[in-house]
Design a protein around this ligand. Structure first.
Ligand code: GCU
Length: 350
């Protein structure tokens, strides 16, 4: 990350501060424009960035330019954890954050972050679209100064390495694997016998290149958008996590800075951005895989059971608290319902 650029962006946020407004001509009249800042860690080619451009268009059009959305990609406003902290004070209004980051703010997010908690993409999408499960999770951070608005698909996370091919958990022994700054992710890699190394997303490429780490875990887009495939040539589909990213909004944005009507427009735009991103995701992941193959990355398909077995105890450990157990049970119930539904469809087809 270019430090100069990031510092300029941060200074801008600090200088303009809370409830930023600017002047502009709307419908020929001089008026105060409310600036809404969005921070995220992806580059401009990523489906989440493209979805936020649609968000921007929607909000600016529907508010007749009274709200000016400004998007800061590439961790320009700092690593995601810092951006979330800025949203707590209202210095940043919206942030796209991974579950690894959000679990520091509420345990409900930890549950979604558990390895292998989702049985399939169908299960994962249904959970995320189920208001009864997700709304309490989104609202769980209200007292901390932000709430979840919607989610973005972030595919399936798998382990990839620079030298050693990973076909079973034992292959990970002693390897330094980058994880997000998340206690669950640290435990997850420890359970597999690896040496987890938390660091921010923007530092991973250099970490791989300089052998500070031996590998990382992420979806296929990281190989291309973040160039990890230039240095890590072995990608193993152990499928440990199907994780969304969450678009969070500062409560001061929704409750103080915007009128009720504007806040409603922001919520609608978030839902629209979710649909838009979902349509782009599968193709983007497939395209990233093909590009990575062309640059020499090899894809492996290990038996996932041994990986699953090593991580099973984490589920019990992380669901001792009542609020976490409640979310966990709802997710698992839905998983079992989907399995039963699919089994009955299959038996009818036979
Ligand atoms: C993905 C994910 C991000 C996350 C990043 C990471 O890109 O979409 O939310 O921050 O991985 O590993 O840090």
């Amino acid at each position: 990350m270019k430090l100069g650029k990031r510092i300029t962006a941060l200074l801008l946020v600090a200088a303009v501060g809370l409830g930023a407004v600017g002047c502009s001509k709307v419908n020929g009249e001089e008026t105060q424009v409310k600036v809404v800042r969005v921070a995220h860690g992806q580059n401009e080619e990523h489906p989440q960035h493209k979805a936020m451009l649609e968000f921007e268009k929607y909000v600016e059009e529907k508010t007749n330019g009274a709200v000016d959305v400004q998007i800061f990609p590439n961790e320009l406003l700092g690593a995601t954890a810092q951006a979330v902290e800025l949203s707590q004070t209202g210095a940043v209004d919206l942030v796209i954050a991974g579950l690894g980051t959000l679990e520091a703010f509420n345990d409900c997010y930890t549950v979604l972050n558990l390895p292998y908690i989702m049985d399939s993409t169908e299960h994962y999408h249904e959970v995320m679209n189920d208001e009864e499960i997700i709304k309490p999770v989104y609202e769980s951070t209200k007292d901390s100064g932000f709430v979840g608005l919607t989610w973005f698909d972030a595919g399936v996370r798998n382990i990839y390495t620079t030298k050693k091919v990973i076909m079973e958990p034992d292959d990970l022994k002693g390897l330094k694997i980058r994880v997000q700054t998340s206690p669950t992710n640290v435990k997850m890699l420890e359970a597999l016998g690896a040496s987890p190394t938390p660091m921010s997303f923007g530092e991973v490429y250099t970490g791989l290149q300089q052998n500070v780490i031996d590998g990382a875990e992420n979806n296929e887009l990281a190989l291309i958008n973040n160039k990890h495939g230039e240095v890590a040539k072995h990608y193993s589909y152990n499928m440990h996590a199907m994780l969304p990213d969450i678009l969070i909004a500062s409560t001061s944005l929704l409750e103080d800075k915007l009128t009720e009507e504007e806040a409603q427009i922001v919520r609608e735009a978030a839902n629209y951005a979710n649909e838009y991103e979902m349509e782009l995701w599968d193709e983007a992941a497939q395209e990233a895989k093909e590009k990575a193959e062309a640059m020499g990355v090899k894809f492996y398909y290990p038996d996932i059971k041994p990986f699953q077995e090593k991580m099973v105890s984490l589920h019990a450990e992380y669901t001792q608290e009542e609020d976490m157990k409640a979310v966990y049970d709802k997710i698992r119930k839905k998983g079992d319902e989907i399995l039963a539904k699919n089994a009955s469809i299959e038996s009818k087809e036979e």
